[in-house]
Design a protein around this ligand. Structure first.
Ligand code: OOG
Length: 484
C-alpha cells in the first residue's frame, strides 16, 4: 500500500505549533501576549461588525488565532541556501528583499512565507530571515574571526537536511517523514544557553555590535520572537502595560486610522538571559545575552506601488523632522506629526480603491449573482460597484516593512549602537547565495486582485468588458484610475 503523504501546508502548521509551544515554555511573556491578543481580538470583532464581515469574507477570521510572524538571523551563505530549502518543505518561499544597511543594521533579509491563497488561508506563518553582512564589518581581524567561527558550525541536524533531500527528490514527504522533519527542524530554531565562544570573544563581537554577537556566538539561529496579529494594536498596547509588559516608545507604522494600511508593530524590550560562555583553558563563565523580544502587530491593506510611494514619502518626511531616542523622548511630537502628515493619505476604502493606492479582493454580491439574467450589465467595475453587483474588501498585507523592521532591530540591539553603513543594497548577491530569486510581493497582490475580479465578474455577466476596464485602470502606471 502506498504511504500517505503530508501536505506542505500541514508541515508548516505543525512546525509553527511546535515552535509556538517551545517559545511559550521558554519565554513566558509570549504566552501572556497571546492571551492578551486573543482577548483584544475578540473585543474588536464584537465592536465592529463591518470589520468582522470583511474578515469573514476573506477567510482571515479563521486563520487569526494561529497567525504568527517570527524572525531569525543567520551567518553564512550556506546557511541561507539551506534555510531556503528547509522552508520550501513547509511551502514557504522567499518574498521581498530588504536592505537594512540603510538603517544602520548590517544585514539583508527576505521573508519566507506561503504565496498561494489557499496556503495563506491554511496558515500564513512568515519568517523574516536576515543574513549577516560580514562585508560591512569594518575591523578585518574581527571579520576573519567571525567567519572562522561561523564556518565551523552546523545549524541543521543532519537528518533535517537528509529529509530535505528526500523532499526535493520526491516532491513530498510521507507522514512519518514529515513528523520527523518537524521534530528535527525545530531544533534549528531553539535557544541555546551555552555560547560556542568564550567571553572575551563574545565581548569583542558585542563591542562591534550586539547583533553580530547574537549571530556569531551561538549554535544556531534562535527564533527571536513570534508575533501574534492583533486587530487593535492600540488596545493591545494599553493591555501590555496592564499585564506588566513594557512596550517600546512608539508603534512602528502609522497612528490609528479607520482603514488600516500595511503594518503597525510594537515590541517589548529584549530579555536579558543567562548564558554559559565556554572557556578553553578553564572553568566555563556565566554571563548574559539579550536577543529575544516580544512583538505584536496589526495588519492592514496591501498598498500598490503608488500607495507605497505615497506612504514612504510621508513617513520619511516625519522621520526626517522628528528624532526619537530609545527612551522615547519626543514620541508624542512624532505621533502628532505622523497623524498630521498622513491626512494626505486617503482613509476611505472607496477612495483608496478608486485612486489605485491599495489592493482589493472583489466578489459578486447576491444582487450581482441574481443580475446575470437581466441582460447586458454595466461595463465598468465602478458601475458594477455602484449598482451593488460587486463588492470589494481589502487584501491584507502579508509582508514586512524595512523601516519598521529597522526600528524593531534597533530597539533590540540598542539604539545607541547605531552605525552608519553606506546604503549598500546587494540583492544580486543575496539571491545568488539564497539560490533563488525572491518573489515580488506587489506582483503577488496584483495576481490575487486580478483573480478575484475574474472570478467575481463571471457570474455577473459582461465579464470581458468590465474586466478589461478594471485591469486597464489598475495597471495604469500613472496610478490614477480613469473611473475616479
Ligand atoms: C528582525 C526584526 C524585524 C519585523 O517585524 O519587522 C521584524 C530581527 O530583529 O531579527 O521581525
Amino acid at each position: 500500500m502506498a504511504a500517505r503523504h503530508a501536505h506542505s501546508d500541514d508541515i508548516r502548521d505543525r512546525l509553527l505549533r511546535a515552535m509556538s509551544d517551545m517559545y511559550r515554555a521558554e519565554v513566558p511573556q509570549y504566552g501572556t501576549l497571546l492571551q492578551l491578543v486573543a482577548d483584544v481580538n475578540a473585543d474588536a470583532v464584537r465592536a465592529d461588525p463591518e470589520m468582522r464581515a470583511s474578515l469573514e469574507q476573506s477567510g482571515e477570521i479563521e486563520r487569526l488565532g494561529l497567525e504568527r510572524q517570527g524572525a531569525i538571523r543567520i551567518g553564512t551563505a550556506q546557511e541561507l541556501f539551506d534555510i531556503r530549502r528547509v522552508f520550501a518543505v513547509m511551502g514557504m518561499h522567499p518574498v521581498g528583499y530588504y536592505d537594512l544597511s540603510i538603517a544602520g543594521v548590517p544585514v539583508h533579509s527576505t521573508a519566507f512565507r506561503p504565496t498561494a491563497q489557499e496556503a495563506l488561508h491554511r496558515n500564513p506563518f512568515r519568517v523574516f530571515t536576515s543574513l549577516l553582512r560580514l562585508d560591512l564589518i569594518e575591523d578585518p581581524a574581527l571579520r576573519i574571526e567571525a567567519e572562522r567561527i561561523l564556518s565551523a558550525r552546523r545549524i541543521f541536524k543532519p537528518r533535517t537536511l537528509e529529509l530535505v533531500d528526500v523532499f526535493e527528490a520526491e516532491g513530498r514527504l510521507t507522514q512519518p517523514e514529515a513528523e520527523e522533519f518537524v521534530r528535527e527542524a525545530l531544533q534549528t530554531f531553539r535557544w541555546h544557553s551555552d555560547a560556542t565562544v568564550d567571553l572575551v570573544t563574545y565581548r569583542k563581537l558585542h563591542n562591534a555590535l550586539r547583533l553580530i554577537a547574537d549571530i556569531v556566538s551561538f549554535k544556531g539561529p534562535h527564533i527571536n520572537h513570534l508575533t501574534p496579529r492583533t486587530l487593535d494594536i492600540d488596545a493591545a498596547r494599553v493591555g501590555m502595560r496592564g499585564r506588566r509588559i513594557a512596550p517600546k516608545a512608539v508603534i512602528e507604522g502609522l497612528a490609528r486610522r479607520r482603514c488600516p494600511i500595511l503594518l503597525r508593530q510594537t515590541s517589548f524590550k529584549a530579555l536579558e538571559e543567562p548564558i554559559i560562555f565556554r572557556h578553553s583553558a578553564g572553568e566555563d563563565i556565566a554571563g548574559t545575552h539579550t536577543a529575544r523580544f516580544g512583538e505584536i502587530e496589526q495588519r492592514g491593506v496591501a498598498l500598490t506601488a503608488d500607495g507605497r510611494r505615497l506612504y514612504d514619502e510621508l513617513l520619511a518626511s516625519v522621520r526626517r523632522d522628528v528624532q526619537i531616542d530609545a527612551a522615547g523622548t519626543d514620541a508624542s511630537t512624532y505621533d502628532v506629526e505622523l497623524s498630521e502628515r498622513f491626512k494626505l493619505f486617503p482613509d476611505d476604502w472607496a477612495e483608496l480603491r478608486s485612486r489605485g493606492l491599495a489592493f482589493f479582493r472583489y466578489s459578486a454580491t447576491a444582487a450581482g449573482l441574481a443580475s446575470n439574467h437581466l441582460g447586458r450589465q454595466p461595463a465598468t467595475v465602478d458601475e458594477l460597484i455602484s449598482n451593488g453587483f460587486l463588492q470589494f474588501d481589502p487584501i491584507v498585507y502579508e509582508d514586512f516593512l524595512p523601516v519598521s523592521a529597522a526600528g524593531i532591530f534597533q530597539s533590540n540591539i540598542g539604539t545607541d549602537e547605531q552605525k552608519n553603513y553606506a546604503a549598500q543594497s546587494n540583492r544580486p548577491q543575496f539571491e545568488a547565495e539564497l539560490g533563488a530569486v525572491v518573489r515580488d510581493e506587489l506582483e503577488l497582490y496584483a495576481q490575487v486582485e486580478k483573480a478575484s475580479l475574474e472570478r467575481a465578474l463571471k457570474p455577473i455577466g459582461s465579464p470581458q468588458i468590465a474586466f478589461a476596464n478594471a485591469i486597464d485602470a489598475r495597471s495604469d502606471s500613472g496610478g490614477t484610475s480613469p473611473h475616479m
